[in-house]
Design a protein around this ligand. Structure first.
Ligand code: ATP
Length: 567
């Protein structure tokens, strides 16, 4: 808005400048006065030029500042929304595409908001302002200006609607290329292993060529519409000049007014020309805006409780007390036909260890996502110590649970930052204690800067076992009563596995644990084993009992043992 107001004020100054200039030219060339006689007008003209320069400066600075603020706000909003949507959403989306939207998309949207939109207002207001000024001077010229004026936007709309389709295609192609590139980089080991890197390179190349072709098409249209616009405005100015010239010869208009109108005519069309220039960027921004809005409009599972409505989590305790219960949980993914979980009821008694087993695709991760409230079940309920999901806020809920995933993520930062993620307010001693208990302290102190060593992207590289021990340190530091382990030792060597097993034994003490078991020989000691098959809980009991039943668990265990022997 400020940009529009400053630009409008700038137009008034331009009109003043042109009026002064035409007056001076008239006095000096027609009335044969010298410049000294017009010193006052010259001074005013100089002042007007200085004001104009100042206005341009203020407009640019305020536009840049505003744009930066708007971009930062939008980025924050987008990230906050993506965080609120959680991993269940980002897992379904292509990360590369999201990155393109968050970076390039926001830059493009900025061009739309800070350049194109103000220009739209200006392209109506400035010509009107100039036409109003010209009208009393010479209504004929004002009429020509007003008649030729709508032809330009009309043509732009015509070309624009055609170009918009191409812009949308270009944006889709660009996002797709980003996604494909990230896919290829992340999957490089797999691609190399299967000798598919050349084929993937070709795929990325094809995507890149697609973007180039679509961009060229868009640019061709932009140049074409720019050229036509330039031609039309030149013709219109020519028309004004010719009619002015004829009437000047007739004596129908004074030289000063004719000269002034001729000076103002390009200013009249300038905002429309600028609109043509910004239109390209504006439409690119619009295409990005559609995608951004799509993300921002994706509904978030609301944390429906306010701070004042929060109920305290009841203390668990006493033998046989229930820590977590699932009642008839059913969850179907948005585009899926079959439910990934159906009617699952399971109880995790306090301070016991439950192993969750099932073939790939049985629904183990889905159940864990529901327990962590990354997804909300369509039917059923989950209770922690008797409190339902609806009675606890998300924050309270997640305070109760620590997760040790199969492949924990380390963020770029120090070892200390990475462990403190679990509890930022923890004291140094607590942090060290957690690292000791997780068996991580011994390798951390050997790192070049100990706890201050940078890790993650661009930082020191850690082995899978070391990363896993840092993840365990996080879990120790969080000290939550419920622990979910996505079998953290399944991809480690024997030495690392032994170290982590010891740490896990310590971590599991006095906690209610759910282990997703991939290797069935490691769970014989679990207090209960829950067997999932195509989203249903088909068996539940202790190892020996389940073996006796000779059901799915027995078959899975048998198949697993054969696999181990074969290795
Ligand atoms: N985002 C998704 N959209 C649609 N269907 C999904 C999605 N994620 C998982 N599924 C489907 O839901 C079912 C359960 O998947 P889930 O990931 O929970 O299985 P899992 O037991 O954890 O498998 P794994 O051991 O291989 O990780 C599968 O049929 C899977 O194809």
């Amino acid at each position: 808005m400020l940009t529009v107001l400053i630009s409008l004020f700038g137009t008034v100054i331009t009109i003043v400048q042109m009026t002064l200039l035409s007056h001076i030219v008239n006095q000096v060339f027609l009335l044969r006065q010298n410049l000294a006689q017009n010193w006052r007008f010259l001074l005013f003209l100089l002042a007007a030029i200085l004001v104009q320069v100042g206005l341009v400066w203020i407009r640019e600075v305020s536009a840049q500042r505003g744009a930066m603020r708007a971009k930062a706000e939008l980025r924050e909003k987008l990230f906050a929304h993506l965080f609120a949507l959680g991993p269940a959403y980002t897992r379904d989306e292509r990360t590369g595409e999201l990155v393109t939207t968050a970076s390039e998309g926001i830059e493009r949207l900025d061009a739309y908001l800070s350049r194109y939109l103000p220009q739209m207002y200006l392209s109506v207001l400035v010509p009107l302002l100039i036409a109003c000024y010209v009208f009393p001077l010479d209504w004929g010229s004002a009429l020509i200006l007003l008649i030729t004026c709508p032809i330009i936007p009309l043509l732009m709309i015509l070309v624009g609607s055609y170009a918009e389709v191409h812009m949308q295609r270009q944006w889709t192609a660009l996002s797709r290329m980003g996604a494909q590139f990230l896919d290829a980089v992340q999957g490089l080991p797999t691609l190399k292993l299967f000798g598919r890197s050349a084929a993937e390179q070709e795929r990325v190349e094809r995507a890149s060529n697609g973007v180039r072709d679509k961009t060229l098409k868009v640019l061709r249209l932009a140049f074409l519409s720019g050229g036509v616009l330039e031609f039309l405005t030149t013709v219109a100015i020519g028309l004004v000049a010719v009619t002015l010239g004829i009437r000047l010869l007739d004596g129908g208009i004074s030289f000063q007014n004719a000269f002034l109108i001729l000076l103002l005519a390009p200013e009249f069309y300038r905002p429309l020309r600028d609109l043509g220039v910004h239109r390209h960027a504006g439409m690119e921004g619009k295409a990005a805006a559609i995608r951004l809005q799509e993300i921002l409009r994706t509904p978030v599972a609301r944390d429906e409780l306010s701070k004042s409505e929060e109920q305290p989590v009841p203390e668990g305790g006493g033998a046989g007390k229930i820590a977590l219960t699932c009642h008839n949980l059913t969850y179907t993914y948005p585009q899926a036909e079959q439910p990934a979980l159906s009617d699952v009821s399971l109880t995790l008694p306090m301070h016991t260890c439950t192993a969750l087993v099932g073939q790939s695709g049985a629904g183990k991760s889905t159940l864990v996502n529901l327990l962590l409230r990354f997804q909300e079940p369509q039917e059923g309920n989950i209770l922690i110590n008797g409190r339902a999901r609806s009675e606890l806020s998300l924050e309270q809920w997640r305070e109760q649970i620590a997760l040790v995933p199969q492949r924990p993520h380390l963020f770029y930062g120090t070892v200390r930052d990475n462990i403190l993620l679990a509890r930022p307010a923890a004291r140094a001693l607590e942090l060290q204690m957690a690292a000791e208990l997780a068996g991580a302290a011994e390798f951390i102190v050997q790192l070049p800067q100990g706890y201050d060593t940078m890790i993650g992207e661009q930082g020191a590289r850690l082995s899978a076992g070391q990363i896993q021990r840092l993840a365990l340190a996080r879990a120790f530091l969080k000290d939550a009563p419920l622990l979910i382990l996505d079998e953290p030792t399944s991809h480690l060597d024997i030495h690392s596995e032994a170290l982590i097993r010891q740490a896990l034994q310590r971590l599991m003490q006095q906690r209610t644990v759910l282990v997703i078991a991939h290797r069935l020989n490691t769970i014989a000691h679990a207090d209960q084993i829950a067997v999932l098959a195509t989203g249903k809980l088909v068996e539940l009991g202790q190892h020996a009992d389940l073996l006796q039943q000779s059901g799915l668990y027995a078959r899975l265990l048998h198949a697993h043992e054969e696999e181990v022997v074969a290795l």
